[in-house]
Structures are given as C-alpha cells and as structure tokens.
Design a protein around this ligand. Structure first.
Ligand code: NAD
Length: 297
C-alpha cells in the first residue's frame, strides 16, 4: 500500500534513498535547505514540502538523513519540529549517523508523543544508497522495527534489528571503531614489512590465511597490488573517506566517555585519523592512513 513519506535531508545519501522510495510507488514529500536537492527529488517524481511542519503534519512515515546529532535533535524536538506537528502513530526513521545519547533522547521524546521511532544508520555509502543495497542497523522496539522494515527493504538489502533504542547507532560506531583500529594495524604491518625487506604480496599471502587475517587485509588491502579492487590501486580515491571514519571514531569516543567504557585503541585511532586528515588525508580513502604511517602522506 502506498504511504505518504516525508523525507528530510536530501544530500548525497538521502537524495538517492528518497528517489528509491518514489520508484517503489510511495508519495514522497521532501525537505532540505538546498534548493538543488529539492529540485532533484521533484524531477524524479517527489514533491517539495514547504517546511518541516507541513511535511510532518501530512506524513505517515518520516525519514531523516542529516549530518549530525544537533541537526536531528533540532528537527525532531525543536520548535516547529517533527514531534510538534506529526500525528500520534506516525512512524519515525532516523538514518543519520549520530551520537547514541541524541538517538536515545529523541526516541524517548517521540514515544512520549505516541510515535514509533527507530534509529537506523547505514553502511554502504553513496553507491549503496543509489542502488538500494544499504545495510541498516536498527535500534527500537519490536513493533517499530516491524513497521519500519518494509520501507528499509526498499532502500537497503540487509536490515538488522540490533536491539532497543540507540543500539543501531551503537552497532555502527562499534563496528567502525573496530574497522579503524584494524586498518591501522594492517597498515603498520605493511610498513614494517617494507622496512624489513618482506615483499607485500608475500605478507598478504601469508597473513590472509594465518592468524592476522581480517577484513581490512583481505577485502580492503591498504597497499596496491595484492587486492586489485581496493582503493589503494586507484590512488586512495574513496571508497570510505578518511573524514567519515574520523567522524565515527569521534562518536565512538563520545560514547565511550559517557558510558565509562575503556577504549584506548579507539582513542589512538581517532587521534591518528585526525592527524591524517589534517595533513592532507581529508578526501582520501581511509586506507590511505598507510601513507601517513609510512611518513609519506
Ligand atoms: P550531506 O551533507 O550530503 O547531506 C545532508 C543534507 O542535510 C544536506 O543536503 C543538507 O542541506 C541537509 N540539511 C542539513 N540541515 C538541515 C536542516 N536543518 N533541514 C533540512 N535539511 C538539512 O551528507 P550525507 O553524505 O548524505 O550523509 C548524511 C548522513 O549519513 C550523515 O549522518 C553521514 O554520517 C551518514 N552516512 C554517510 C555516508 C556517505 O558515504 N556519505 C555513509 C554512511 C552514513
């Protein structure tokens, strides 16, 4: 059955995600601060909403894809925001990558207004958004997850219910903290091998079947050669940009501080990615950290 979906944040990710909802036959009302983004949606068959209030009042489902927690808090709980104008029973899906505390605060405010909400951050990047192949990590009550799933199925391929409110964001930052740390570890091993005169292909062949095996090595090798599909072979064009990794590592550190978890390697990874971004790595793939560690970025 076709629904009226309000979509706020029609950027690199939100734009193509909203268009996939249009293609699936839903009525999509879009809102963004950028006129260009609104026009792109309208050309694809969506409608431009005059503002957040108008969009929220009409929608059965609201999806948001915004830069950070402060934008999400403002759009949901601020004056003239979604919670003020949406009907009780409206389904709310926030797919932005934001801090866990903001996700939980907004979800609690929504349930106080009788609305179902899920935090549903994604991985898969712009290509996944355009192709409808994103992975969604979803936090929220069972009934909210079941209600959101048919819409997430249109925009993604793998939809995982991680647990209660905020656990979608928790899954995303825990995974990406592990990814950042493992990419640094793999990169250090290649830099040491170079100094020791060990051929990179030999290290790859040995470690990819030995106890050093991990995704950063076997699916995203940070040096050119052993794995032709990895960004290292195209001068570290992203891929997954280093500044996006830095954003997620900072979110992981915020969460570690507010929850009391000790994440010393996560802290070190955040510091190293900040240095890489500040010394020319911004805009490069996150696996380019190998150049920084080698001293050649
Ligand atoms: P983007 O900057 O391209 O898009 C954000 C959009 O939100 C912009 O069009 C902006 O105009 C709009 N916006 C900002 N404030 C607004 C407001 N108050 N009202 C209405 N519109 C507003 O960013 P993106 O790359 O699409 O990323 C969106 C989210 O997805 C981020 O949280 C990001 O971390 C996450 N994410 C991005 C990627 C990626 O590869 N780009 C991958 C996974 C997750």
């Amino acid at each position: 059955m076709a629904s009226t979906i309000g979509f706020i944040g029609l950027g690199n990710m939100g734009g193509p995600m909203a268009i996939n909802l249009v293609k699936a036959g839903h009525r999509v009302l879009g809102f963004d601060l950028s006129e260009t983004a609104l026009n792109t949606l309208a050309e694809a068959g969506g409608e431009k909403a005059a503002g957040v209030a108008e969009l929220a009042a009409e929608a059965d489902v609201v999806v948001t894809m915004l830069p950070a927690g402060k934008h999400v808090r403002q759009i949901y709980t601020g004056e003239g925001g979604i919670l003020e104008h949406a009907r009780a029973g409206t389904l709310l899906i926030d797919s932005s990558t934001i801090d866990v505390d903001s996700a939980r605060a907004v979800s609690e405010a929504a349930s106080g207004k009788g609305m179902k909400m899920v935090d549903a951050p994604v991985s898969g990047g712009v290509a996944g958004a355009a192709g409808g192949t994103l992975t969604f990590m979803v936090g929220g009550e069972d009934d909210a997850f079941e209600a959101a799933k048919p819409f997430l199925d249109i925009m993604g391929k793998t939809i995982v219910h991680a647990g209660g409110a905020g656990t979608g964001q928790a899954a995303k930052i825990c995974n990406n903290m592990l990814l950042g740390i493992s990419m640094i570890g793999v990169s250090e091993a290649f830099v040491l091998a170079e100094r020791l005169g060990l051929d990179k292909q030999k290290l790859f062949d040995i470690s990819s079947t030995a106890s050093g095996q991990c995704w950063s090595l076997t699916s995203y090798c940070p040096v050119p050669g052993p794995l032709p599909t990895s960004p290292a072979n195209r001068d570290y064009q992203p891929g997954f940009a280093a500044e996006m990794m830095l954003k997620d590592l900072k979110l992981a550190q915020e969460a570690a501080q507010s929850s009391g978890a000790a994440t010393p390697l996560g802290a070190e990874a955040a510091a190293l990615y900040a240095l890489f971004c500040n010394t020319g790595g911004e805009g490069q793939d996150f696996s380019g950290i190998v150049k920084f560690l080698r001293g050649s970025s």
